[in-house]
Design a protein around this ligand. Structure first.
Ligand code: AKG
Length: 288
């Protein structure tokens, strides 16, 4: 892998944990993806994996499809049952990077999806795709979302490290992705791959004899509909176990004065000072 100090458009930039957000953001803008190695400690990574395991085993096959694969387990909205995932989802560096990419275009951003993906031995390459095609428009100069893939196992070329077509986010009409510029996000457990919502990428084939587990979270502009309905998967009584930052990311916050306001029937009156006027000016709606 290339190092962050020698970034070119077609090298995957890699940074050490402890790197401030600015160079990561700068690299992300150029290459469309960047890795920060070892950002999450091994214990937290393991706790995420342990807490997600029962859901993988129970419902992991339900999302099998031509796109997701038939040897890949997938589980959605991990904050509904795996509280340790709040650490990577709300990681300060992630939020700083998301602030830089998304906040110029919105007052606050939210989780689009928070998904555990375990690629099993024998899985093929996933088709390369952009995550932001869930939205029917594209506005030049505006990223609608970013993704962060956390390695909960070592990601290797052999076991299905995510493939990224570097620079592809800069081509609005890119419909034939340029495989010659794709790279594999090989990274040790606890590392994070940041990528633009407009970047072509996909899971890798797993030719190893062990599974490859990742946790991938997207962060989308706050005025867009969330990809996954978090209110169903993480209802208020579950969300209440998390801090304000994570609640806000789940969507329990207004965007500006009006967008997303609401109240729960039977809930106590909104207090004069609602729980948490957040540093970005968003207040949590009806927190009872
Ligand atoms: O598992 C991976 O490495 C990537 C998965 C992905 O990009 C997706 O399912 O949208």
């Amino acid at each position: 892998m290339a190092t962050g100090r020698n970034v070119t458009a077609m090298d995957l930039p890699v940074f050490d944990a402890g790197t401030p957000a600015a160079p990561v953001v700068a690299a992300l803008r150029v290459a469309g993806a960047a890795v920060v190695a070892g950002l999450l400690d091994a214990d937290t990574a393991d706790r995420c994996a342990v807490e997600m395991r029962p859901e993988f085993d129970l419902r992991g096959r339900r999302q099998e499809s031509d796109f997701n694969g038939y040897r890949t387990l997938r589980i959605s909205s991990v904050l509904g049952y795996a509280p340790a995932t709040a650490a990577p989802i709300g990681h300060p560096l992630v939020l700083e990077v998301a602030d830089a990419i998304l906040r110029p275009h919105c007052l606050g951003y939210r989780i689009g999806s928070a998904t555990g993906i375990e690629i099993l031995p024998g899985e093929d390459d996933q088709v390369l795709h952009r995550d932001d095609t869930i939205y029917p428009v594209r506005i030049p100069g505006m990223e609608f979302q970013i993704g962060v893939m956390w390695a909960l196992d070592d990601f290797t070329e052999e076991n299905g490290a995510t493939r990224v077509a570097l620079g592809s986010h800069l081509h609005a009409d890119y419909d034939e992705h340029d495989l010659s510029s794709s790279a594999r996000a090989e990274m040790p457990k606890g590392s994070a791959l940041f990528y633009m919502g407009s970047l072509w990428h996909g899971g890798g084939a797993n030719r190893s004899d062990g599974p490859r587990m990742g946790l991938v979270n997207t962060y989308a502009l706050g005025w867009l509909r969330q990809e996954v309905n978090q209110y169903l998967a993480v209802p208020p009584e579950v969300a209440a176990r998390y801090d304000k930052t994570v609640r806000r990311l789940l969507g329990y916050a207004k965007h500006g004065d009006i967008l997303g306001y609401g109240h729960r029937i039977g809930a106590p009156r909104i207090p004069d000072k609602p729980d948490g006027v957040l540093d970005n000016g968003l207040d949590v709606w009806v927190w009872d």
